[in-house]
Design a protein around this ligand. Structure first.
Ligand code: FES
Length: 274
């Protein structure tokens, strides 16, 4: 961060503590501090738009020949689901307003919305609260997360458990996709589904709540060597949480797009076996 030095300094009052300098400029930063918030608005805005369109499209989510199911429709649980794609039954009405993965999408949304990284990202970029370090808040008052609705952000620790279950379901889908209509097979779609699942697990495990579950509330790591090793592993991933948050948005959208393209017949799957 580059700053210009302040030219005016308030006099030191009798008590000894300095008051804030009277600076007219909104910020003294001269670097491109606005770049990260702008990129975040574009990236998150584009992703949410794409995901919303796809979720309510109710089509092109299943490749019958290879049993590929996009994660946006997993698990497919409405009456409108293609029977072979409904690995866990069709228990909800098939109205267009109900996403086919209606049982899990709300929890996934909450998990991401309350994620420590995404909070920072959208507080800064969408709410300008504040847009960057040493740049004034875009609002007159600031109550933080001390009252409703932002107090609800504390529910993140519970949504983590839901995210683990959903990652298990996505893993199951990826495993089932090795068994297509003609038996065992391996194609580019399998690798994409697998890569997405690995990225999802890395993001889920790198969660701050997971780090606390694994290594928190311990007085002596020396008496819990297994948890200490697990905590070290999760901590290493946790240091990459922001990158994993973006990578998984990318793998989710890419996996969905690839399966949509196959399902719509835009091109065929690259097959290695069967
Ligand atoms: Fe980001 Fe938990 S802190 S997923």
């Amino acid at each position: 961060m580059t700053t210009r030095s302040a030219t005016t300094t308030a006099p030191r009052p009798a008590g000894g503590a300095r008051e804030r300098a009277a600076i007219a400029a909104k910020t003294l930063r001269t670097d491109r501090w606005w770049f990260a918030p702008v990129i975040t608005v574009i990236g998150l805005g584009a992703w949410v738009t794409y995901a919303t369109v796809r979720v309510f499209m109710h089509d092109f989510y299943w490749v019958q020949e290879y049993h590929y199911l996009t994660p946006f429709y997993s698990p497919c649980v409405t009456q409108a689901c293609i029977p072979e794609a409904a690995h866990f039954g069709r228990i909800l009405p098939g109205w267009w307003i109900i996403p086919d993965a209606a049982l899990t999408l709300p929890f996934l949304l909450l998990f991401r919305l309350t994620c420590y990284y995404y909070r920072k990202a959208y507080y800064r970029s969408f709410w300008l609260s504040p847009p960057a370090c040493a740049v004034p808040d875009g609002h007159q008052s600031y109550s933080g997360e001390t009252r409703f609705p932002l107090l609800f952000q504390n529910a993140h620790r519970y949504t983590f458990y839901a995210a683990v279950v959903i990652s298990l379901i996505n893993s199951w889908d990826a495993i089932l996709a090795f068994n297509g209509e003609n038996g065992f097979g391996l194609g580019l779609g399998n690798l994409i589904l697998l890569g997405n699942v690995v990225a999802l697990w890395a993001y889920t495990i790198s969660c701050h709540s997971c780090r606390h579950i694994v290594g928190g509330r311990l007085k002596h790591f020396s008496k819990h060597p297994v948890r200490y090793r697990a905590w070290g592993f999760v901590s290493a991933l946790n240091g990459r949480h922001m990158q994993l948050a973006w990578i998984t948005l990318g793998t989710l959208a890419f996996t969905d797009f690839y399966i949509m393209a196959l399902s719509a017949g835009w091109f065929g799957d690259l097959r290695f076996i069967n």
